[in-house]
Design a protein around this ligand. Structure first.
Ligand code: PEP
Ligand code: MN
Length: 338
């Protein structure tokens, strides 16, 4: 951290500032310029509150040199993190992992039909919501525990690992014992109690980007999970709120190379919630591979017209099979295996 003081700072104030930082264990590098004094603080400044330091009338400006996230940062962990789930390695430079399935688990027949079909077309992981974060309390809220049981049945039938969304910290133990990847939805990206509980497990966590979250806020949420002791975080860009109304959200494709530069964590794209429109899913999926995403999580339904949630953005089984063919053809160009 760099602190720039005003030229008018009395020597006694400067001395007591220096003393205070030294007693906090920092090494100081002080440069006296013509117009200001620059203090370089060397040490772990993460716990220092820059805004509070600015309350000091002798301080002109504060600049952070390092990002506030550490465990998620590529600076401290230059190699990519790759997370193994079933036969898939998410984050492995040579692989592109596709997770697919319905927005919500609706019935045994529905989840088994979709699971078998997406497996056949080449999905590595089955998705399906059992606890649904719906905007309206009158909308279908998910089959909850019964939904988890149906997902497990689909896993038994197909061998596909399962990813499903958690909403409450009270359910962490149940999810830990029953699912392969725990999804944190966009609406819960900053549910810090939930993140702290998930930090106590070692399950892979699929952390979706918040509806209006910056990349830094998103990585700070990953940091919560990692700081708790769980290094297995997979980031998921799922579109952000912008002024545009044509699409449900705006897919921030630039977030993928940005996250790859800032962090060693794997990052996947959700092309379904990004646009909210079924016919855009294919283009956005191909774009995701082109910008370097480690995979996708795609909504697929056997009968999108009658889906209880997110039918408009769901691919039907044939559309999904077609998408997988196109991704497969493109993957050879990018040296990725699917
Ligand atoms: C979902 O995956 O079904 C979902 C609700 O996603 P998001 O949290 O990105 O809106
Ligand atoms: Mn959905």
């Amino acid at each position: 951290m760099v602190i720039v003081t005003k030229t008018t700072i009395p020597q006694s104030h400067l001395d007591s500032m220096i003393e205070e930082f030294k007693t906090k264990g920092f090494e100081l590098n002080i440069i006296r310029g013509k117009d200001s004094i620059v203090i370089g603080l060397i040490g772990d400044t993460h716990a220092l509150d820059a805004d509070r330091l600015l309350l000091n009338p002798d301080v002109e400006r504060i600049m952070r040199v390092q990002e506030p996230f550490k465990k998620a940062s590529r600076k401290f962990h230059p190699m990519n993190t790759s997370i193994k789930v079933g036969n898939a390695s998410i984050g492995d430079e040579k692989s592109f992992v596709v997770m697919a399935g319905p927005c919500s688990v609706e019935s045994k027949e529905q989840i088994l039909t979709v699971a078998k079909s997406v497996k056949e077309s080449g999905a590595a992981i089955l998705r399906g919501g059992a606890y649904k974060p719906r905007t309206s309390p009158y909308s279908f809220q998910g089959l909850e525990l019964e939904g988890l049981e149906l997902l497990k049945e689909a896993r038994r039938e197909t061998g596909l690992p399962i990813v499903t969304e958690i909403m409450s910290p009270h359910l962490v133990e149940i999810f830990e014992n029953n699912v392969d990847i725990i999804q944190v939805g966009a609406r819960n990206m900053q549910n810090f109690d939930l993140l702290k509980e998930l930090g106590k497990t070692t399950k892979p966590i699929l952390l979706k980007r918040g509806l209006s979250s910056t990349i830094e806020e998103w990585l700070m949420s990953a940091e919560y999970i990692m700081a708790g002791g769980n290094p297995n975080v997979i980031l998921c860009e799922r579109g952000i709120r912008t002024f545009e109304t044509y699409t449900r959200n705006t897919l921030d494709l630039s977030a993928i190379p940005a996250v790859k530069k800032l962090s060693h964590l794997p990052v996947v794209v959700d092309p379904s919630h990004s646009a909210g429109i079924n016919w855009m899913v294919e283009s956005l999926s191909l774009a995701a591979m082109a910008v370097g995403a480690d995979g996708l999580i795609v909504e697929v339904h056997n009968d999108p017209k009658s889906a209880l949630c997110d039918g408009a953005q769901s691919l039907d089984l044939d559309q999904y099979a077609n998408l997988m063919k196109k991704l497969g053809a493109m993957s050879t160009h990018f040296g990725k295996q699917m």
